[in-house]
Ligand binder design. Structure first.
Ligand code: FAD
Length: 369
């Protein structure tokens, strides 16, 4: 196939949003991989920040999500591993509409696929070479084209996995997200409205590999009990709804994100631990940056010009590096058994909690990255 402005390879959330954003500029886009639907439904719920929601609004995707597939987070409560160590954020004190929105991952993919199928300048095409001045790679962390281009992406394996599932509680979530840092586990409960409005939540439980295997093998009643033990009943009595799924956790960053005629976005460029719920937010940040750089290019500059693509690379270098370091630093701080670090991290939580300007800074970083 030939004659398009941009070929986007990979039709996950990042690739689909990029295709829609470029089509809105009047560019013709070939999107590869749109026909490949995952065999199993994604059980995850994504925490999306304000900047990501704004992008989805601009692409007319946000309003197409069913109301119970996007739940606002008004408060966030983070607990350390010593009694009384906690950090609280609220939308009200940050002066924002919501701290984040929890979105159904499978529903987001469905709505994006529908938007792509109706977008006038986007053609879904099969695998193979497409004649286009720019190839945008959004193939996810195992990007084979990135490897073929010879771009190194050193991977740090955490020896941890995240167990994700949907839960139901006997207590209303009231828009509160909760997170427990209990060395070496990190457990997050994200308020959600499916399957039961106001009474559901998404679980992301990061644990050492062997514990993840044990959690996956447990019968439902034992799993529910493990959840109650880990959360101390703070979010009510929790019950598993549906399947569990598990993801190995890594930190990785491509050594180069662009070259003549190609560019990397999303997990193909950077992978972070999900403890801060920022991987897709970073990927959608890539989409915004690349779309802006392309829209602002000089009329004579070709889409695959490395100088143009370097502008994108420069914009994204700091946010992706900073998020990788932040999540990695937090994970190591809370995974350590050293008494001095234990003391430090728990005092640190309380200290930050007592410093509203620092809290505002942390929250605005998470809201906009
Ligand atoms: C447990 C867990 C919880 C998470 N929670 C959050 C959260 O709360 N908030 C958040 O922001 N992020 C979260 N993330 C991160 C988020 O899931 C990823 O950052 C995001 O899905 C990356 O999207 P992507 O489109 O770049 O890659 P992917 O979703 O991996 O999509 C890539 C697509 O490209 C396709 N593909 C690959 N190769 C080819 C090819 N050669 N040709 C055509 N197609 C190809 C793949 O099949 C796939 O469909 C979480 C991650 C995990 C593991």
């Amino acid at each position: 196939m030939k004659g398009v402005d941009v070929c986007v390879r990979g039709a996950g959330a990042v690739g689909s949003c990029l295709a829609l954003a470029l089509a809105r500029q009047g560019l013709s886009v070939a999107l590869q991989g749109a026909a490949a639907r995952p065999a199993r439904e994604d059980v995850r719920t994504y925490a999306l920040n304000a900047a990501s929601v704004q992008l989805l609004r601009e692409l007319k995707v946000w309003e197409a999500l069913p109301a119970d597939a996007r739940t606002a987070v008004y408060d966030m409560h983070v607990e350390g591993d010593a009694a009384g160590s906690a950090l609280d954020f609220s939308a009200w004190s940050q002066g924002v509409e919501a701290l984040a929105w929890i979105v159904d991952a499978a529903e987001l993919e469905r709505v994006l696929a529908a938007a792509v199928s109706f977008a006038p300048h986007v053609q879904s095409v099969a695998e193979g070479e497409v004649d286009a001045p720019l190839l945008a790679l959004a193939e996810g962390k195992a990007s084979s084209t990135r490897d073929k281009l010879g771009v190194a992406m050193p991977v740090q394996r955490y020896g941890q996995s995240a167990v994700a599932a949907r839960l139901q509680s006997d207590l209303a979530h009231a828009g509160v997200a909760r997170q427990w840092f209990r060395s070496p586990d990190v457990l997050a409960l994200l308020p959600f409205d499916r399957p039961v409005p106001s009474m559901s939540c998404g679980l992301v439980w990061s644990v050492p590999q062997a514990r993840a295997e044990a959690l996956m093998a447990m019968d439902t009643a034992t799993f529910d009990q493990a959840l109650t033990d880990a959360t101390g009943g703070a979010a009510g009595t929790l019950r598993l709804c549906g399947e569990r799924a598990v993801w190995p956790l890594t930190l990785a960053r491509a050594e180069q994100v662009c070259g003549p005629g190609w560019v990397l976005l999303g997990d193909a460029a950077h992978v972070v631990h999900p403890l801060a719920g920022q991987g897709l937010n970073l990927g959608l940040g890539d989409v915004r940056a690349l779309a802006q750089v392309i829209a602002a290019r000089e009329p004579w500059r070709a889409l695959g010009d490395p100088r143009l693509l370097q502008r994108y690379a420069r914009q994204r270098a700091l946010p992706t590096l900073a998020m990788g370091q932040l999540t990695d630093g937090l994970l190591h701080l809370f995974a350590s058994d050293l008494p001095v670090l234990r003391e430090l991290r728990n005092r640190g939580l309380n200290l930050v909690n007592g410093l509203p300007p620092l809290k505002r800074l942390l929250a605005s970083f998470a809201l906009e990255s």
